[in-house]
Design a protein around this ligand. Structure first.
Ligand SMILES: Nc1nc2c(ncn2[C@@H]2O[C@H](COP(=O)(O)OP(=O)(O)OP(=O)(O)O)[C@@H](O)[C@H]2O)c(=O)[nH]1
Ligand SMILES: [Zn+2]
Length: 351
């Protein structure tokens, strides 16, 4: 198999590449896949090797939205400067699909505030930890998110070493979606990883999503055969492992198949309701309990422990903003669900 094909190159990208080259009348253009993204440059893998690449001035000028700029997983058209050993990117080839930061809604059209996390994904592995972390509404929300991206989905029930039986969990999932593959595994005990391996095909692209601590990094490291992502043992106070990611965010597995994993992937967290959110942001919940007002919004009120913690540098502001964003999202979703129920009730009345 050619290097490009092992990277996921296919007829879809080839025909769009050929039309662009014909249009530009330039035979020095080559295709490559973005394997990592830095501030202003991209690492692009081509048939001739990996090249740090910049985007052309015209491309930057023409890009109104950040979603039009290259992202990990994109196929791009570039020209190599052999002398400088770097590439210049002229175009992002049409994406088959993508996952973006702005959650749940409107995944198919690019708009102003979307930021692409990864693109051209064939299958999403949803990693769910068994035990007290298992929450069926959260799984439903993840399924919705994947469905909107257009990729197919497989559920991995990880940490099956922590429960006596996996049957009831599998049944619960099949009761909300009966045509989905569900594999119980234990990444730690190295049990069931063959299920995942059997689903991974050469030239296809995979991502792993799921709540923090579900075991995504552990699974990816097992598949890669080396520590692509460093996992730490669970910290005593919050039972979460923490990881630092290496600079390559797209890798070809030893047995074929491509995995994309980048820090943005960790931001695709989905919550069932406010309680679920508070459990995951326990640090903020504990601080909020110390605010003077019970219904403190942590924006303008006096004696706000959250604001104080941010000012003192004890609480990361980005972490807090993410919490607020997710809280708003849950409210919106609940509103939508209520409206849907109202509509159904109304149409039932008409019958
Ligand atoms: N008991 C048990 N623990 C596991 C299993 N898989 C992973 N863990 C542990 O769970 C913790 C979190 O695992 P990670 O792989 O870092 O989880 P993650 O989903 O990548 O988490 P984030 O990086 O926060 O998104 C680590 O301490 C792992 O050792 C498993 O099958 N069984
Ligand atoms: Zn407050």
């Amino acid at each position: 198999m050619s290097i490009l094909k092992t990277l996921g190159w296919n007829d879809f990208f080839e025909s769009s590449f050929n039309s662009y080259c014909n249009l530009m009348c330039d035979s020095f253009l080559i295709p490559g896949r973005v394997i990592s993204e830095n501030k202003n440059s991209y690492l692009v893998k081509t048939e001739k090797g990996e090249f740090n690449s910049l985007i052309s001035g015209k491309f930057r000028y023409d890009s109104i939205f950040s979603a039009q700029l290259p992202a990990v997983g994109d196929w791009v058209v570039l020209k190599l400067d052999q002398y400088l050993n770097q590439g210049i990117i002229y175009k992002v080839l049409e994406r088959k699909n993508f996952l973006c930061r702005q959650s749940i809604d409107n995944r198919s059209n690019i708009n102003a505030d979307q930021q692409i996390i990864a693109s051209n994904i064939d299958t999403v592995f949803l990693v769910v930890a068994l035990g007290r972390d298992f929450n069926i509404s959260r799984i439903e929300r993840y399924l919705l998110l994947v469905q909107n991206s257009g990729a197919s989905c497989i559920i991995i029930l990880n940490k099956s070493d922590l429960v006596d039986s996996t049957t009831e969990y599998i049944e619960k999932i099949l009761s909300i979606k009966d045509d989905i593959s569900v594999y119980p595994i234990s990444a730690k005990e190295k049990y069931g990883l063959d299920y995942i391996k059997s689903e991974i095909k050469e030239g296809k692209t995979y991502v792993f999503v799921g709540s923090s601590g579900a075991g995504k990094s552990t699974i990816i490291n097992e598949l890669a055969g080396f520590d692509l992502i460093k996992t730490n043992e669970v910290r005593k106070n919050d039972e979460r492992g923490r990881h630092t990611t290496t600079s390559r965010n797209l890798i070809v597995l030893p047995g074929g198949g491509i995995v994309i994993d980048n820090p943005g992937m960790r931001e695709i967290e989905v919550f069932a309701d406010e309680d679920d959110l508070d459990d995951s942001f326990n640090d903020i919940k504990l601080l909020a309990d110390k605010c003077r007002f019970i219904d403190c919004s942590h924006t303008h009120e006096p004696d706000c422990a959250v604001k104080e913690a941010i000012e003192k540098g004890i609480l990361d502001e980005r972490h807090f903003k993410n919490y607020l964003k997710l809280q708003k999202e849950i409210k919106l979703l609940k509103e939508k669900e209520k409206n849907k129920i109202r509509k159904i009730n109304r149409s039932n009345l008409k019958i």
